[in-house]
Write a protein that binds this ligand. Sequence first.
Ligand code: DLL
Length: 432
Amino acid sequence: MNYYQKEIECASREELRALQDERLVKQVQHVWDNVPYYRKKMEAKGVTPEDIKGVADLHKLPFLSKADLRDAYPYGLLAVPLADCVRIQSTSGTTGKRVVAFYTQEDIDLWEDCCARAICAAGGTKEDVCQISYGYGLFTGGPGLNGGSHKVGCLTIPTSSGNTERQIMFINDLQATILCCTPSYAAFLGETMKEMGLTPQEIPLKAGIFGAEAWSEEMRKDIEQTLGIKAYDIYGLTELSGPGVAFECSAQQGMHINEDHFIPEIIDPDTEEVLPEGEQGELVFTAVTKKAFPMIRYRTRDICVLTREACSCGRTHVRMRKPKGRSDDMLIIRGVNVFPSQIETVLMNHGYAANYQIIIDRVNHTDTFEVQVEMTPEMFTDNMGEIADMQKTLVEGLRSMLGITAKVSLVAPKSITRSEGKAVRVIDKRKL
Ligand code: DLL
């Protein structure tokens, strides 16, 4: 089966809108009939299913947030009998209860379809060998891409994350052509292979499908060079099924959102007002096909920009720019908004790899802000003068990007712990 689903991925905007209208009306009725929690929210806003005739009426519906998911944990947002569910997945959640998402068999099929589209857009076919090094289990990365890889017909290697030596052995012995994992793990795999003396030409991989965390363009270039591949971004979240909500095509000018399943909006996170196309704000999704755990106007907290400009690949689905970070990842340091991704850009522009940690504390009522950065083996030196110069350059670079001064500490190669899943970039010791 060819997972380039051209009919839907390249449908005209009018056809797509008609499909979304029809699916949205059905989904709202489904939720109204089956989810008392959401029905109450609709009643509180004075809206009934009759008010929703299509996407143009989306703004009338109430939002759902992570707080709602916690309130309704575990079964409060379930929209089908538990007996019709065949799987749960879950997200780690930094505070409070985990999010538990439910799936019917049909939900899983559609989710895997979305992942198959992503693999296909990265050039995958049934001739490919696809190594899935995202975690398996409750995390959606492994199971989602595993299903997508099967649908495309790739030979699937379900290594899960970790055991780096074994990962590299399988890549080489089984001639894996596509690697799926977090970008930070891809960078680590690349670093390890380089140390083993493998050149990009010797590594059989041709493409990587990396997501689950924010990563910069600079990090993409770095990974592409060490592994000798084209690196594609993939986006998703557990609440909406998992990876495959959006994915990059060969044009790599943003990720196409699978709009036949997920209707996006961008809102001002403070006023909740819907923003016009092209403006930056919080990404909100309405899932119109998910049956067990439907999400209506779910606030992702991801800060992003949408564009409907034509894409050279021919797909018509709206594209989202790389998320800048999450609004809840945004650090406020001495009153200034700082995204870890901005720091990463500065570091990588100065030739460092994405091995860094941001440490924030509060001493005498003032925020301290330190960026620990690993020197690469090529730049490693124990000459204090040289190190001081390198630190000074980074302090300047960070000041011009962020407008505040950081303490930069250069540390020896390999001294910052590598991540096999999502990287931990920020240590905030402030007790706020
Ligand atoms: O991370 C699903 C996933 C798995 C996506 C594998 C891609 C690949 P959660 O653990 O629920 O689900 O985390 C979702 O991760 O709201 C974003 O903040 C962040 N995120 C996911 N993909 C990207 C990406 C999975 N490509 C949260 N770029 C989301 C930036 C991403 N952030």
